[in-house]
Design a protein around this ligand. Structure first.
Ligand SMILES: O=P(O)(O)OC[C@H]1O[C@](O)(COP(=O)(O)O)[C@@H](O)[C@@H]1O
Ligand SMILES: [Mg+2]
Ligand SMILES: [Mg+2]
Length: 347
Protein backbone atom coordinates (compact mmCIF):
# COMPACT_ATOMS: atom_id res chain seq x y z
CA UNK A 1 0.00 0.00 0.00
CA UNK A 2 1.57 3.33 -1.06
CA UNK A 3 2.51 5.41 1.94
CA UNK A 4 0.31 8.39 2.69
CA UNK A 5 0.79 11.76 4.36
CA UNK A 6 -0.79 10.35 7.52
CA UNK A 7 1.64 7.41 7.55
CA UNK A 8 4.65 9.65 6.89
CA UNK A 9 3.69 12.08 9.67
CA UNK A 10 2.84 9.32 12.15
CA UNK A 11 6.27 7.75 11.62
CA UNK A 12 7.96 11.12 12.09
CA UNK A 13 5.91 12.18 15.15
CA UNK A 14 6.12 8.91 17.07
CA UNK A 15 5.27 9.66 20.71
CA UNK A 16 6.86 13.12 20.84
CA UNK A 17 4.10 15.53 22.00
CA UNK A 18 5.37 18.58 20.09
CA UNK A 19 5.80 16.57 16.89
CA UNK A 20 2.33 15.09 17.38
CA UNK A 21 0.89 18.60 17.68
CA UNK A 22 2.64 19.59 14.42
CA UNK A 23 1.33 16.39 12.83
CA UNK A 24 -2.26 17.28 13.76
CA UNK A 25 -1.86 20.79 12.29
CA UNK A 26 -0.45 19.45 9.02
CA UNK A 27 -3.22 16.84 8.74
CA UNK A 28 -5.80 19.61 9.28
CA UNK A 29 -4.18 21.85 6.64
CA UNK A 30 -3.94 18.93 4.19
CA UNK A 31 -7.66 18.23 4.65
CA UNK A 32 -8.54 21.85 3.93
CA UNK A 33 -6.35 21.89 0.82
CA UNK A 34 -8.07 18.76 -0.52
CA UNK A 35 -11.36 20.70 -0.27
CA UNK A 36 -9.81 23.78 -1.92
CA UNK A 37 -8.50 21.50 -4.67
CA UNK A 38 -12.03 20.21 -5.34
CA UNK A 39 -13.43 23.76 -5.41
CA UNK A 40 -10.68 24.96 -7.79
CA UNK A 41 -11.38 21.98 -10.09
CA UNK A 42 -15.10 22.81 -10.23
CA UNK A 43 -15.26 24.58 -13.61
CA UNK A 44 -18.75 26.10 -13.28
CA UNK A 45 -17.60 27.79 -10.04
CA UNK A 46 -14.64 29.52 -11.74
CA UNK A 47 -16.43 32.77 -12.54
CA UNK A 48 -17.67 33.14 -8.97
CA UNK A 49 -14.27 32.25 -7.43
CA UNK A 50 -12.35 34.78 -9.51
CA UNK A 51 -14.66 37.65 -8.60
CA UNK A 52 -12.66 40.60 -7.25
CA UNK A 53 -13.81 41.71 -3.82
CA UNK A 54 -11.56 44.74 -3.53
CA UNK A 55 -8.06 45.57 -2.42
CA UNK A 56 -6.10 43.39 0.02
CA UNK A 57 -4.73 44.48 3.39
CA UNK A 58 -2.09 46.84 2.03
CA UNK A 59 -4.18 48.32 -0.77
CA UNK A 60 -2.02 46.90 -3.57
CA UNK A 61 -3.09 43.33 -4.28
CA UNK A 62 -6.65 42.60 -5.41
CA UNK A 63 -8.61 40.23 -3.15
CA UNK A 64 -10.56 37.48 -4.93
CA UNK A 65 -13.52 35.39 -3.74
CA UNK A 66 -11.32 32.29 -3.70
CA UNK A 67 -8.73 34.03 -1.50
CA UNK A 68 -11.45 34.53 1.11
CA UNK A 69 -13.03 31.10 0.70
CA UNK A 70 -9.69 29.30 0.96
CA UNK A 71 -8.84 31.40 4.02
CA UNK A 72 -12.14 30.44 5.71
CA UNK A 73 -11.62 26.72 4.94
CA UNK A 74 -8.12 26.75 6.44
CA UNK A 75 -9.22 28.66 9.54
CA UNK A 76 -12.17 26.30 10.05
CA UNK A 77 -9.93 23.22 9.72
CA UNK A 78 -7.43 24.62 12.24
CA UNK A 79 -10.12 25.09 14.90
CA UNK A 80 -9.74 21.33 15.48
CA UNK A 81 -5.95 21.50 15.76
CA UNK A 82 -3.51 22.62 18.50
CA UNK A 83 -3.17 26.16 17.11
CA UNK A 84 -3.25 29.24 19.35
CA UNK A 85 -3.31 31.87 16.58
CA UNK A 86 -3.74 32.08 12.81
CA UNK A 87 -2.20 34.73 10.57
CA UNK A 88 -3.19 35.10 6.94
CA UNK A 89 -2.44 37.24 3.92
CA UNK A 90 -6.18 37.93 3.91
CA UNK A 91 -6.40 39.48 7.38
CA UNK A 92 -4.65 42.54 8.80
CA UNK A 93 -4.05 40.93 12.21
CA UNK A 94 -3.68 37.39 13.61
CA UNK A 95 -6.84 35.78 15.02
CA UNK A 96 -7.24 33.56 18.09
CA UNK A 97 -7.97 29.87 17.53
CA UNK A 98 -7.48 27.66 20.63
CA UNK A 99 -6.25 29.37 23.82
CA UNK A 100 -3.26 27.63 25.36
CA UNK A 101 -2.38 25.63 22.21
CA UNK A 102 1.37 25.32 21.49
CA UNK A 103 1.51 26.33 17.80
CA UNK A 104 1.01 29.26 15.41
CA UNK A 105 0.07 28.99 11.73
CA UNK A 106 0.69 31.60 9.01
CA UNK A 107 -0.76 31.13 5.53
CA UNK A 108 -1.09 32.51 2.07
CA UNK A 109 -4.43 30.78 1.50
CA UNK A 110 -4.35 31.28 -2.24
CA UNK A 111 -1.13 32.11 -4.08
CA UNK A 112 -1.24 33.21 -7.69
CA UNK A 113 -4.64 34.88 -7.39
CA UNK A 114 -4.31 36.68 -10.73
CA UNK A 115 -4.49 33.24 -12.36
CA UNK A 116 -7.82 32.08 -10.90
CA UNK A 117 -9.95 33.23 -13.85
CA UNK A 118 -7.40 31.98 -16.41
CA UNK A 119 -7.41 28.39 -15.09
CA UNK A 120 -3.65 28.47 -14.45
CA UNK A 121 -2.03 26.62 -11.54
CA UNK A 122 -2.48 28.30 -8.14
CA UNK A 123 -1.76 27.07 -4.62
CA UNK A 124 -1.72 27.43 -0.84
CA UNK A 125 1.36 28.16 1.30
CA UNK A 126 1.64 27.46 5.04
CA UNK A 127 4.09 27.85 7.91
CA UNK A 128 3.95 26.33 11.42
CA UNK A 129 5.74 28.08 14.29
CA UNK A 130 5.96 27.48 18.05
CA UNK A 131 4.15 29.86 20.37
CA UNK A 132 7.04 32.00 21.70
CA UNK A 133 7.63 32.41 25.44
CA UNK A 134 6.31 35.53 27.16
CA UNK A 135 4.54 36.97 24.09
CA UNK A 136 0.78 37.07 23.57
CA UNK A 137 0.24 34.31 20.95
CA UNK A 138 -2.54 36.35 19.33
CA UNK A 139 -0.27 39.27 18.50
CA UNK A 140 1.74 40.28 15.45
CA UNK A 141 4.90 40.08 17.58
CA UNK A 142 4.33 36.36 18.21
CA UNK A 143 4.98 35.82 14.48
CA UNK A 144 8.22 37.82 14.44
CA UNK A 145 10.35 34.68 14.65
CA UNK A 146 13.38 33.82 12.54
CA UNK A 147 12.54 31.67 9.52
CA UNK A 148 14.77 28.93 10.87
CA UNK A 149 12.40 28.63 13.87
CA UNK A 150 9.64 27.17 11.68
CA UNK A 151 8.63 23.69 12.87
CA UNK A 152 7.10 22.82 9.50
CA UNK A 153 6.15 24.50 6.22
CA UNK A 154 4.86 23.65 2.80
CA UNK A 155 2.63 24.39 -0.15
CA UNK A 156 0.00 22.79 -2.32
CA UNK A 157 -0.34 23.41 -6.03
CA UNK A 158 -3.76 23.02 -7.68
CA UNK A 159 -2.71 22.09 -11.22
CA UNK A 160 -3.79 19.27 -13.55
CA UNK A 161 -3.19 17.23 -10.41
CA UNK A 162 -2.82 18.52 -6.86
CA UNK A 163 0.58 18.17 -5.19
CA UNK A 164 1.65 18.83 -1.61
CA UNK A 165 5.28 19.56 -0.75
CA UNK A 166 6.23 20.00 2.88
CA UNK A 167 9.10 19.74 5.36
CA UNK A 168 9.14 18.91 9.07
CA UNK A 169 12.90 19.47 9.11
CA UNK A 170 13.88 16.05 7.82
CA UNK A 171 14.16 16.81 4.12
CA UNK A 172 11.45 17.98 1.72
CA UNK A 173 8.69 15.45 1.02
CA UNK A 174 6.45 15.36 -2.07
CA UNK A 175 2.87 14.00 -2.12
CA UNK A 176 0.07 13.94 -4.67
CA UNK A 177 -3.65 14.01 -3.98
CA UNK A 178 -5.57 10.84 -4.74
CA UNK A 179 -8.99 12.38 -5.43
CA UNK A 180 -10.85 9.08 -5.08
CA UNK A 181 -9.71 8.53 -1.49
CA UNK A 182 -9.09 12.22 -0.66
CA UNK A 183 -5.65 11.29 0.73
CA UNK A 184 -2.18 12.53 -0.19
CA UNK A 185 0.07 9.73 -1.42
CA UNK A 186 3.83 9.88 -0.78
CA UNK A 187 5.94 10.29 -3.93
CA UNK A 188 9.31 11.07 -2.34
CA UNK A 189 10.46 11.55 1.26
CA UNK A 190 13.54 13.49 0.23
CA UNK A 191 13.41 15.71 -2.84
CA UNK A 192 16.83 16.83 -4.11
CA UNK A 193 16.95 19.97 -6.26
CA UNK A 194 19.74 19.95 -8.92
CA UNK A 195 22.56 22.38 -7.98
CA UNK A 196 22.23 24.04 -11.36
CA UNK A 197 19.75 24.24 -14.23
CA UNK A 198 19.10 26.26 -17.35
CA UNK A 199 15.77 27.86 -16.44
CA UNK A 200 15.08 31.21 -14.76
CA UNK A 201 11.75 32.76 -13.77
CA UNK A 202 11.33 36.52 -13.47
CA UNK A 203 8.77 39.10 -14.59
CA UNK A 204 10.80 40.71 -17.40
CA UNK A 205 8.35 43.61 -17.72
CA UNK A 206 10.02 45.07 -14.63
CA UNK A 207 13.48 45.08 -16.27
CA UNK A 208 13.85 48.88 -16.20
CA UNK A 209 12.90 49.04 -12.50
CA UNK A 210 15.60 46.68 -11.18
CA UNK A 211 18.89 47.38 -9.46
CA UNK A 212 21.70 47.66 -12.06
CA UNK A 213 23.49 44.56 -10.75
CA UNK A 214 20.36 42.41 -10.82
CA UNK A 215 19.64 43.64 -14.32
CA UNK A 216 23.20 42.69 -15.35
CA UNK A 217 22.68 39.16 -13.99
CA UNK A 218 19.57 38.77 -16.16
CA UNK A 219 21.14 40.47 -19.19
CA UNK A 220 24.06 38.05 -19.02
CA UNK A 221 21.61 35.13 -19.04
CA UNK A 222 19.86 36.65 -22.08
CA UNK A 223 23.16 36.89 -23.97
CA UNK A 224 23.29 33.11 -23.80
CA UNK A 225 26.30 31.27 -25.22
CA UNK A 226 27.53 34.47 -26.91
CA UNK A 227 27.77 36.24 -23.55
CA UNK A 228 29.80 35.83 -20.36
CA UNK A 229 27.81 32.82 -19.22
CA UNK A 230 28.64 30.94 -22.44
CA UNK A 231 25.39 28.98 -22.26
CA UNK A 232 21.80 29.39 -23.44
CA UNK A 233 18.98 29.61 -20.89
CA UNK A 234 15.21 29.20 -20.90
CA UNK A 235 12.68 31.47 -19.17
CA UNK A 236 9.35 30.89 -17.46
CA UNK A 237 6.92 33.26 -15.70
CA UNK A 238 3.64 31.73 -14.52
CA UNK A 239 2.81 34.58 -12.09
CA UNK A 240 2.08 31.93 -9.49
CA UNK A 241 5.03 31.58 -7.18
CA UNK A 242 4.00 28.13 -5.93
CA UNK A 243 3.84 26.83 -9.49
CA UNK A 244 7.34 28.14 -10.15
CA UNK A 245 8.53 26.65 -6.84
CA UNK A 246 7.05 23.29 -7.80
CA UNK A 247 8.80 23.33 -11.17
CA UNK A 248 12.05 24.05 -9.34
CA UNK A 249 11.35 21.24 -6.83
CA UNK A 250 10.86 18.87 -9.78
CA UNK A 251 13.71 19.97 -12.10
CA UNK A 252 15.70 22.87 -10.63
CA UNK A 253 16.02 26.47 -11.82
CA UNK A 254 15.76 29.88 -10.16
CA UNK A 255 12.86 32.22 -9.28
CA UNK A 256 13.50 35.92 -8.76
CA UNK A 257 11.12 38.58 -7.49
CA UNK A 258 13.65 41.32 -6.63
CA UNK A 259 13.06 44.75 -5.19
CA UNK A 260 12.28 47.34 -7.82
CA UNK A 261 11.70 51.09 -7.94
CA UNK A 262 7.90 50.94 -8.37
CA UNK A 263 5.78 52.25 -5.50
CA UNK A 264 5.05 49.37 -3.14
CA UNK A 265 7.79 47.15 -4.61
CA UNK A 266 10.89 48.58 -2.95
CA UNK A 267 11.00 45.35 -0.91
CA UNK A 268 9.81 43.15 -3.76
CA UNK A 269 6.33 41.65 -3.88
CA UNK A 270 6.44 38.42 -1.90
CA UNK A 271 5.63 38.32 1.81
CA UNK A 272 8.31 37.21 4.25
CA UNK A 273 6.32 35.30 6.88
CA UNK A 274 3.83 33.27 4.82
CA UNK A 275 5.44 33.07 1.38
CA UNK A 276 9.24 33.42 1.58
CA UNK A 277 9.83 31.57 4.88
CA UNK A 278 7.91 28.40 3.91
CA UNK A 279 9.46 28.21 0.44
CA UNK A 280 12.93 28.91 1.86
CA UNK A 281 12.62 26.00 4.31
CA UNK A 282 11.64 23.64 1.48
CA UNK A 283 14.54 24.90 -0.64
CA UNK A 284 17.20 24.47 2.06
CA UNK A 285 15.79 21.07 3.05
CA UNK A 286 16.21 19.89 -0.55
CA UNK A 287 19.79 21.17 -1.04
CA UNK A 288 18.77 24.42 -2.74
CA UNK A 289 18.87 28.00 -1.45
CA UNK A 290 16.71 31.09 -0.85
CA UNK A 291 17.98 34.63 -0.20
CA UNK A 292 16.89 38.26 -0.41
CA UNK A 293 19.84 38.67 -2.77
CA UNK A 294 22.40 38.80 0.03
CA UNK A 295 21.09 37.09 3.19
CA UNK A 296 19.52 33.63 3.55
CA UNK A 297 15.77 34.14 3.93
CA UNK A 298 15.67 31.79 6.93
CA UNK A 299 18.08 34.07 8.85
CA UNK A 300 15.74 37.08 8.59
CA UNK A 301 13.56 38.21 11.51
CA UNK A 302 10.26 39.91 10.56
CA UNK A 303 9.28 43.29 11.96
CA UNK A 304 5.80 43.48 10.38
CA UNK A 305 3.26 40.72 9.74
CA UNK A 306 2.78 41.49 6.05
CA UNK A 307 6.26 42.77 5.26
CA UNK A 308 7.53 42.06 1.79
CA UNK A 309 11.01 40.77 0.95
CA UNK A 310 13.04 40.48 -2.25
CA UNK A 311 12.97 36.73 -2.98
CA UNK A 312 15.46 34.67 -4.98
CA UNK A 313 15.28 30.89 -4.60
CA UNK A 314 16.18 27.67 -6.39
CA UNK A 315 19.27 25.74 -7.49
CA UNK A 316 22.03 26.59 -5.05
CA UNK A 317 24.74 27.57 -7.56
CA UNK A 318 22.33 29.96 -9.34
CA UNK A 319 21.18 31.66 -6.14
CA UNK A 320 24.78 32.06 -4.97
CA UNK A 321 25.75 33.54 -8.32
CA UNK A 322 23.06 36.21 -8.02
CA UNK A 323 24.54 37.15 -4.64
CA UNK A 324 27.97 37.41 -6.29
CA UNK A 325 26.55 39.85 -8.83
CA UNK A 326 24.84 41.91 -6.12
CA UNK A 327 27.78 42.01 -3.68
CA UNK A 328 30.94 41.96 -5.86
CA UNK A 329 33.24 44.80 -4.73
CA UNK A 330 33.78 47.88 -6.87
CA UNK A 331 31.83 49.13 -9.83
CA UNK A 332 30.06 46.54 -11.93
CA UNK A 333 31.98 45.70 -15.08
CA UNK A 334 31.04 47.85 -18.05
CA UNK A 335 29.01 46.09 -20.69
CA UNK A 336 31.69 45.52 -23.30
CA UNK A 337 33.27 42.48 -24.99
CA UNK A 338 36.43 43.38 -23.05
CA UNK A 339 34.54 42.34 -19.96
CA UNK A 340 33.23 39.12 -21.41
CA UNK A 341 34.58 37.35 -18.31
CA UNK A 342 33.17 39.06 -15.25
CA UNK A 343 35.63 37.48 -12.89
CA UNK A 344 33.99 37.57 -9.48
CA UNK A 345 30.57 38.13 -11.01
CA UNK A 346 30.45 34.66 -12.48
CA UNK A 347 32.52 32.87 -9.87
O1 LIG B 1 1.97 39.81 -11.27
P1 LIG B 1 3.42 39.83 -10.91
O2 LIG B 1 3.93 41.19 -10.48
O3 LIG B 1 4.28 39.16 -11.94
O4 LIG B 1 3.54 38.95 -9.56
C1 LIG B 1 3.30 37.56 -9.62
C2 LIG B 1 3.60 37.06 -8.24
O5 LIG B 1 2.62 37.57 -7.34
C3 LIG B 1 2.04 36.50 -6.64
O6 LIG B 1 0.83 36.11 -7.27
C4 LIG B 1 1.79 36.99 -5.22
O7 LIG B 1 1.00 36.09 -4.54
P2 LIG B 1 -0.60 36.33 -4.32
O8 LIG B 1 -1.26 35.91 -5.58
O9 LIG B 1 -0.89 35.44 -3.13
O10 LIG B 1 -0.79 37.80 -4.03
C5 LIG B 1 3.04 35.34 -6.76
O11 LIG B 1 2.45 34.09 -6.63
C6 LIG B 1 3.56 35.55 -8.15
O12 LIG B 1 4.86 35.01 -8.37
MG1 LIG C 1 1.00 34.68 -2.67
MG1 LIG D 1 -2.46 35.06 -1.77
Amino acid sequence: MADTLDGYLARWAGTDPTRDAVRKVLVAIAGATATISAIVADGPLAGELSATLGKGADGYDEQKELDVRADALLFEALKGAPVAAYASEEAELPVAVNAGAPLLVAVDPLDGSSNIDTDVTIGTIFSVLPVPDDIDPVSEAAFFQKGRDQLAAGYTVYGPHTALVLSVGEGTAHFVLDRTSGTYRLISERVTIPASAKEFAINMSNHRHWDDRLRLYIDDLLQGKDGPREADYNMRWIASMVAEAHRIIIRGGIYLYPADTRAGYTQGRLRLIYEAFPIALLMEQSGAAATDGRTPILDLVPEKLHQRVPLIFGSREKVERVSNYLTAPGEIAERSPLFSKRGLLTA
